[in-house]
Design a protein around this ligand. Structure first.
Ligand code: SAM
Length: 277
C-alpha cells in the first residue's frame, strides 16, 4: 500500500466517517473541517519550516494538517484516544514531522514536550481553554507565540482594554505577560457540530523582558480581589491586601473602581503589594 502524502489525504469528513467518529460533548469537541479556515489560522500563527508547534486537541486533524503544510514540526496532545488511529494516518503522511501524544493537556509538561522553543497553536476545548491559557501565562514554559481559538466572549476578555465591559483579570494577566490581539472571528456554523456561541482566534506574543514571576503572582492576588468586587472602590475591594494604603503606595486613586485601572496601574498595585508583604 502506498502511503498518502499530505496533499492527497482524504477530506476530513470522509476520514471521520471511515473511522466511525462522532463528536463528544464531554471533550468540548467542535471540529473545523474546512481546510481553508484551518490554513488561515496557520497563516495567522506565522509559523513555518523549521518551527516547532504544540497543538492541544488535534481531534480529526484539520488544523494539524494546515500546520504541517507550512513545513513546521507539530507535537499534538490529544485526550480522546479514539482519534489516534486517524491521526496516525496523518503522521505517516507527514514524514516524521508529527508527534502524537495521548494525554491531558492540563497535566502535560509543555517544556519537556517541546524540547526547545515552540509556538502553541490550538482550537482549544471550550471547557478547559481559559484554564490552559492561565497555566501557560503563569507557568514555567514560555512559548514563542500562542494562536488560540476560544469562545468569542473569552477572546474579548483576553484582549480587552480598561473601560471595556470585557475588561477584567484575564485581560490584566494576559497583557502583563503578552501582547494580545483578536485576529479572526468565526461564526458557530464554521464548526461541526456548531457550538452555541461564536468563536475567535487570539494571537499572543510574550513580552520581553519577561515579567518577574513574583510580580505576576502578586498580580493574581490583587486582580482576584479587585475584580471579585468590581463595583466597589479599590480601598474597599482591596481591604484585605492593604486597601487605601496599598493604593496610595502604588500611586492609584483609592476611590477608583477596578475596571478603570490600566494594566500598568495593576502592575504598580502588584509591586506595592509585594513591597508590603
Ligand atoms: N483541533 C480540532 C479541530 O480544530 O477540528 C479539534 C478541536 S476541539 C474544539 C477540541 C479538541 O481537544 C478535541 O479533539 C478534544 O478531544 C481535545 N481535548 C479536550 N480536552 C482535552 C485535554 N484536556 N487535553 C488534550 N486534548 C483535549
Amino acid at each position: 500500500m502506498t502511503i498518502p502524502s499530505l496533499a492527497n489525504l482524504p477530506p476530513l469528513r470522509e476520514a471521520l466517517e471511515r473511522h466511525g467518529l462522532l463528536a463528544r460533548k464531554s471533550f468540548g469537541q467542535h471540529f473545523l473541517l474546512d481546510l481553508n479556515i484551518t490554513r488561515k489560522i496557520a497563516r495567522m500563527a506565522q509559523v513555518g519550516e523549521g518551527d516547532t508547534v504544540i497543538e492541544v486537541g488535534p481531534g480529526p486533524g484539520g488544523l494539524t494538517r494546515a500546520l504541517l503544510e507550512t513545513g513546521a514540526k507539530v507535537i499534538a496532545v490529544e485526550k480522546d484516544s479514539r482519534f489516534l488511529p486517524l491521526l496516525g494516518e496523518l503522521a505517516e503522511a507527514a514524514d516524521g514531522r508529527l508527534t502524537l501524544v495521548e494525554g491531558d493537556a492540563l497535566r502535560a509538561d509543555m517544556a519537556a514536550l517541546a524540547g526547545g522553543p515552540a509556538h502553541m497553536v490550538s482550537n482549544l476545548p471550550y471547557n478547559v481553554g481559559t484554564q490552559l491559557l492561565i497555566d501557560w501565562l503563569t507557568g514555567p514554559f514560555r512559548p514563542l507565540s500562542m494562536t488560540l481559538m476560544f469562545q468569542k466572549e473569552v477572546a474579548d476578555r483576553i484582549a480587552a482594554q480598561d473601560g471595556d465591559d470585557a475588561y477584567g483579570r484575564l485581560a490584566v494577566i494576559s497583557q502583563t505577560v503578552c501582547s494580545a490581539k483578536v485576529v479572526m472571528d468565526l461564526p458557530a456554523r464554521a464548526f461541526t457540530p456548531p457550538p452555541k456561541v461564536a468563536s475567535a482566534v487570539v494571537h499572543l506574543v510574550p513580552l520581553a523582558p519577561a515579567p518577574d514571576k513574583a510580580m505576576v503572582s502578586a498580580l493574581e492576588r490583587v486582580t482576584a480581589a479587585a475584580f471579585g468586587q468590581r463595583r466597589k472602590m479599590l480601598r474597599s475591594s482591596l481591604k484585605t491586601l492593604g486597601g487605601g494604603a496599598l493604593c496610595e503606595a502604588a500611586g492609584i486613586d483609592p476611590d477608583a473602581r477596578a475596571e478603570t485601572i490600566s494594566v500598568d496601574g495593576f502592575q504598580d498595585l502588584a509591586r506595592a503589594f509585594q513591597a508590603l508583604i
